[in-house]
Design a protein around this ligand. Structure first.
Ligand code: ARG
Length: 466
């Protein structure tokens, strides 16, 4: 570290004194950005190949660089790489190590490049892979929902509005609602990946470079759709990270709703489902407890991702062009968002197919909640009564049911006819739960046949999405 000015730093040339020890630690990012090492090496290898192809480096230099970087990749994987906070970040750690291993050719790698375009490229490559992995878990969760939906297409449960029993639906239909939410989440992630997959490399520090580089070639080697159009924009904006975090925040908002329902449903009072023991924990003091920890944690973890979204927006807000050190702060929230979304989806993908619906409990709840009241009103409308009058008639019938502790289907025909002489024997067909769900027989409705059709359309969509 000692023989060069500026403490042997890669940028030490113009400095006359050592960086303050605390400032060194304060400005260093290697503790967290080393997570980008694999992508940093991949990017550097492509950059070196491009430099040789355009005659900026010799082929021998390129070969030495590529071999050296590959060996360093191996060291990192084996946990043998000598990470140094002195060297500030992942980029300078790897570059210094390269020069230590291969000598002067290593110092040529950074030709026509800056850490500004390098880091922007690394993060985009990292995010691309992260989105692919997240989509893998999201699709697995969706397949689990389809499995449940198909198996429980006939299972009747109360549907709720205001958390009050509203109308009967099927458990399969409810599963498909979650499926649709996730389908839109997948669309947002795919969209975000497309916009992120543009290459900053070549923008150099901010203005481009005076070397005769071939950005299309590097982009092709790295699997980017194209080089970024504007060098200032390429090194400075982190909107792709914000977009990803926004899509993740929405996804976790969905998972938190999903969690909330699982928590409520698995309570003794509802008892609609049984969560497998392996996704729950017990209490150290209350022996009877079985706590739905996984959904509770997922519900809670949504908060940190919402926080990261605001954090990243605030980080980017009002930054002048082009790169500013502020942007070093993009990584921790981004990494944590990636890990959180990935882990939550993984836990749900494992858990959802194993949820045990308690059909008897759901049926009983639908039965006792006057959930076919709308069906009775619709019946009266079909007999010629205006809907508002029908609403009033059924309301009175419900009141009698409440007062005498009976469901509508348990009222006698005479009792019902007291409310409206239009009612006859056939009324009991519409008062059944099965009749009620079967009647909602259109695209998007809860009839079991429609749920099965929705499942097969969804399967096809998933297959097409790959
Ligand atoms: N560690 C930096 C970051 O994460 C890399 C880019 C630094 N560039 C610079 N000119 N200081 O943003």
């Amino acid at each position: 570290m000692s023989e060069e000015s500026g403490g042997g730093k890669i940028w030490g040339g113009r400095f006359t004194e050592e960086t303050d020890a605390f400032v060194k630690a304060f400005t260093a990012s290697v503790e967290f950005d080393r997570r980008l090492a694999r992508h940093d090496i991949e990017g550097s290898i492509a950059h070196a190949r491009m430099l040789a192809r355009t005659g900026i480096l010799s082929e021998a230099e390129r070969d030495a660089i590529v071999d050296g970087l590959e060996a360093i990749g191996g060291e990192i994987e084996q946990g043998e790489f000598p990470w140094s906070v002195e060297l500030e970040d992942v980029h300078m750690n790897i570059e210094a190590r390269l020069t230590a291993r291969i000598g002067d050719a290593g110092k040529k790698l950074h030709t026509g490049r800056s850490r500004n375009d390098q880091v922007a490229t690394d993060i985009r490559m990292f995010l691309r892979d992260a989105i692919d992995a997240i989509l893998g878990e999201l699709r697995r969760l969706q397949r689990g929902l389809l499995e449940q939906a198909e198996r429980e297409a006939d299972t009747i449960m109360p549907g709720f509005t205001h958390l009050q029993v509203a109308q009967p639906v099927t458990f399969g239909h409810h599963m498909m609602a979650w499926f649709e939410m996730l389908e839109r989440d997948a669309g947002r992630l795919i969209d975000c990946r497309r916009r992120a997959n543009v290459m900053p490399l070549g923008a150099a520090a901010l203005a481009g470079t005076s070397y005769p580089i071939d950005r299309h070639y590097t982009a092709e080697l790295l699997g980017f759709d194209r080089p970024a159009e504007n060098s200032l924009d390429a090194v400075s904006d982190r909107d792709f990270a914000i977009e990803f975090t926004a899509a993740s925040a929405i996804l976790l908002m969905h998972l938190s709703r999903f969690s909330e329902e699982l928590i409520v449903w698995s309570s003794a009072q509802f008892g609609f489902i049984e969560l497998p023991d392996r996704f729950c924990t017990g209490s150290s003091i209350m022996p009877q407890k079985k706590n739905p920890d996984v959904p509770e944690l997922v519900r809670g973890k949504s908060g940190r991702v919402f926080g990261h979204l605001i954090g990243l927006l605030t980080l980017m807000k009002a930054q002048p062009l082009a790169y500013n050190k502020d942007n070093q702060e993009d990584k921790e929230p981004l990494f944590d968002t990636v890990d959180t979304v990935h882990h939550c989806l993984r836990a749900f993908a494992d858990m959802v197919p194993a949820i045990l619906p308690r059909r008897d409990r759901m049926l009983a709840a639908a039965r006792s909640g006057f959930s076919t009241a709308t069906d009775l009103a619709d019946y009266l409308v079909r007999k010629g009564l205006p809907f508002r009058d029908a609403h009033e008639v059924v309301g009175r019938a419900v009141r009698l049911g409440v007062e005498t502790g009976r469901d509508l289907a348990e009222l006698t025909l005479d009792e019902l006819r007291d409310f409206s002489p239009l009612i006859d024997e056939e009324v009991y067909q519409v008062l059944t739960l099965e009749g009620s769900v079967a009647a909602r027989d259109h695209v998007g409705g809860t009839a079991p046949g429609q749920v099965r059709a929705a499942v097969s359309r969804a399967r096809r969509r998933l297959e097409e999405a790959g």
